[in-house]
Design a protein around this ligand. Structure first.
Ligand code: PBG
Ligand code: ZN
Length: 324
C-alpha cells in the first residue's frame, strides 16, 4: 500500500488531509429585484430562483441571513428602459431603493451592486450604442461617464461594494475615481475582470430581461478561445485599483481562475453563472445526476482552482448542506 492510499482509508483521515473546502463564508447570493408590487415569480430556466418586488422580499432576506450567507449581489429589473439606461443613476431607482431597504432592515448583510446597463437599456446592450456608418457598436468612452453616475448613485444609497460588469475598458479607474471624488474611498471594487462572451448566460438574460435586441456582446466580452488575454485584462484592472478580481463564467474557465490566483496577490472571485446552475438543476430533475452532490463537487472545483469567493445561485442550498 502506498502513502497516498494510506491517507484515504477512512473518512476521518480524509478529513485531516483534505486540501480544499467550500464554506458558507465563500458565498455571494444573487438577487433579482423587480420594480413593482406583489411580485414573486420563479424564473422558468432557474428552478428555485425568483424575481421579487421589494414588498415581497423579506422572507428571502430572512432566510439568507438565517443561513449566515455573508453577502448578496443585486440585479435590478426596472419598469422604464431607454437608450442610455438612465434609470441606473436615478437615486430613487429600483436598486437604490433595494439597497436602502436591505441596509435598513438587514444591516449585517453585505450588499454588492452589479454596475451595468443591459437590464436598463431598450436595446439590451451594456452601454451606449453609437450608430456608425457601417454598423452600430457600444461606445466605450461615453459609457464610462454613465458608469460613474451609476456608481455614485449606488454608493449614496449605501452599497457596500461596487461590481462593474459591463467590460468597458477603463471601467475600474472610472469607478475608483468616482468613489474617491465623492467621499466613498472606503468602498471596494470587485471587477468582472475576465468576462467571456458565453452561452452560459442564457437563463440570466431571461431572468433579467437583458438579452440584446440586436447583435451580441462579442465586441466587449472576451473570446472563449483566449487565455493570455485574461491575464492582460486582469493586469489592467489590478493596476486601475480593483480590490477583487473576478472570472466569469466559472466551470468552463477553471484554468483562468488558477492563472489569476497564481499571478495576482488579490482575492479571486468567480461567478457560477445561470447556465451552470440550470444544467445541474435540469439533469437532477430528470434523475440523471445526484444534484446535491454535483453541486458540491462543482463548487469545490472552483475552490480548488483558486477561487476565494463564489457568486452562486446555489448559495442557499449549499448553506443548508453545510449546516446539517
Ligand atoms: C450583465 C451580466 C450578465 C450576467 C451578470 N451580469 C451577463 C450578460 O452578459 O448577459 C450573467 C450572470 C449569469 O448568467 O448568471 N452585464
Ligand atoms: Zn451588462
Amino acid at each position: 500500500m502506498n502513502r497516498t492510499r494510506r491517507l484515504r482509508k477512512s473518512e476521518n483521515i480524509r478529513r485531516l488531509v483534505r486540501e480544499n473546502h467550500v464554506t458558507i463564508d465563500d458565498l455571494i447570493y444573487p438577487l433579482f429585484i423587480e420594480e413593482g408590487k406583489n411580485i414573486e415569480n420563479e424564473i422558468v430556466s432557474m428552478p428555485g430562483i425568483k424575481r421579487f418586488s421589494l414588498d415581497r422580499i423579506s422572507s428571502e432576506l430572512d432566510e439568507i441571513t438565517a443561513l449566515k450567507i455573508p453577502s448578496v449581489i443585486l440585479f435590478g429589473i426596472p419598469v422604464h428602459k431607454d437608450e442610455q439606461g438612465s434609470e441606473t443613476w436615478n437615486d430613487n431607482g429600483i436598486i437604490q431603493e433595494a439597497i436602502r431597504f436591505i441596509k435598513k432592515n438587514y444591516p449585517d448583510l453585505y450588499v454588492i451592486t452589479d454596475v451595468c446597463f443591459c437590464e436598463y437599456t431598450s436595446h439590451g446592450h451594456c452601454g451606449i450604442i453609437h450608430h456608425g456608418n457601417n454598423a452600430d457598436y457600444v461606445d466605450n468612452d461615453t459609457t464610462l461617464m454613465n458608469i460613474a453616475k451609476q456608481t455614485i448613485s449606488h454608493a449614496k444609497a449605501g452599497a457596500d461594494m461596487i461590481a462593474p460588469s459591463g467590460m468597458m475598458d477603463g471601467t475600474v479607474l472610472t469607478v475608483r475615481e468616482a468613489l474617491d471624488n465623492t467621499g466613498f474611498t472606503h468602498i471596494p471594487i470587485m471587477a468582472y475582470s475576465v468576462k467571456y462572451a458565453s452561452s452560459y448566460y442564457g437563463p440570466f438574460r431571461d431572468a433579467a430581461d437583458s438579452a440584446p435586441s440586436f447583435g451580441d456582446r462579442k465586441s466587449y466580452q472576451m473570446d472563449a478561445s483566449n487565455r493570455d488575454e485574461a491575464l492582460r485584462k486582469a493586469t489592467f484592472d489590478d493596476q486601475e485599483g480593483a480590490d477583487i478580481l473576478m472570472v466569469k463564467p466559472a466551470l468552463s474557465y477553471l484554468d483562468i481562475i488558477r492563472d489569476l490566483k497564481n499571478n495576482f496577490d488579490r482575492p479571486i472571485a468567480c461567478y457560477n453563472v445561470s447556465g451552470e446552475y440550470a444544467m445541474i438543476k435540469a439533469a437532477s430533475e430528470k434523475g440523471w445526476i445526484d444534484g446535491e452532490k454535483v453541486m458540491m463537487e462543482s463548487l469545490l472545483s472552483m475552490k480548488r482552482a483558486g477561487a476565494d469567493i463564489i457568486i452562486t445561485y446555489f448559495a442557499k442550498e449549499v448553506a443548508k448542506v453545510l449546516l446539517r
